[in-house]
Design a protein around this ligand. Structure first.
Ligand code: ADP
Ligand code: MG
Length: 232
């Protein structure tokens, strides 16, 4: 049986007639399945943003929360690497100004304050639903590897640990995870763990039509999901 808190997330979205989860809801969901997400807080005012930032700790990333803005950076709705309270105040106002200019019809639900994850190897885990076979799981490296080279692996959920290992090893850019070209190796145990937990989440949440964790930053030890999108 799934956690009551998981059901609540979907209920709130459906009460609000949304066919998607906000980033903070999607991350809460992933967190309930034991995945490593950034610390986050949704705020409505500049003062609340400053307070949340000092609780979370600098550096900070601010992002827009709006039902009309699912691709946040396209709308000028993401500001990274904020170092202090003045930066939070300036960034808070800049995000609202950008979004109003770029998406005039956008309703502003709030601003998401989150910890800034250090640089790491970018990977993506996603899911779409096959009408006949149900949820699929996709794995790939971030950036050009997925967008241009389409270097990804797919399986139907649920997956076994062996499936997860094969998914990681069969992408062409696998060597990058091993630490090619002076890059540090990426923690493959953590990647396998995220794939297995994603599979469990998909099996327990038939509400999920699409999932996109992009990017996940992977370190020599551990990882951080810095963006998550869910369509229901
Ligand atoms: P979008 O909705 O445009 O996909 P993202 O949340 O993915 O917005 O943010 C855009 C980019 O900003 C990410 O691809 C990542 O490079 C960077 N970024 C976002 N959040 C964080 C974070 N918490 N820590 C570090 N980098 C981040
Ligand atoms: Mg993203």
């Amino acid at each position: 049986m799934r956690d009551e808190a998981v059901s609540r997330i979907f209920e709130i979205a459906s009460d609000e007639d949304r066919n998607f989860l906000f980033e903070h809801e999607a991350k809460k969901l992933c967190g309930l399945y034991g995945m490593p997400v950034t610390k986050i807080k949704v705020v409505e005012t500049e003062d609340e943003a400053v307070e949340a930032a000092s609780e979370i700790g600098y550096p900070i990333v601010l992002k827009i929360v709006s039902p009309q803005v699912l691709h946040k950076s396209d709308a000028g709705g993401v500001i990274v690497n904020i170092r202090d309270a003045d930066g939070i105040r300036e960034g808070f106002n800049r995000i609202l100004k950008n979004v109003k200019a770029n998406v005039p019809e956008a309703e502003i639900t709030g601003v998401l304050v989150q910890e800034m994850a250090p640089d790491g190897t970018e990977v993506i885990v996603g899911s779409t639903k096959d009408p006949t076979f149900g949820p699929t799981i996709m794995f790939g490296l971030g950036g050009i590897f997925v967008e241009i080279l389409k270097d990804v692996s797919f399986r139907l959920a649920p997956i076994t640990r062996t499936d997860a290992e094969e998914m990681v090893r069969e992408i062409k850019a696998y060597k990058i995870l091993e630490g090619a070209r002076g890059m540090p190796p990426a923690d493959q145990e953590t990647i396998l763990d995220i794939l297995m937990r994603t599979s469990e989440m998909l099996m327990e949440c038939p509400e999920i039509e699409e999932l996109d964790m992009n990017p996940i930053l992977v370190y020599e030890k551990g990882a951080k999901i810095v963006d998550a999108r869910v369509i229901i």
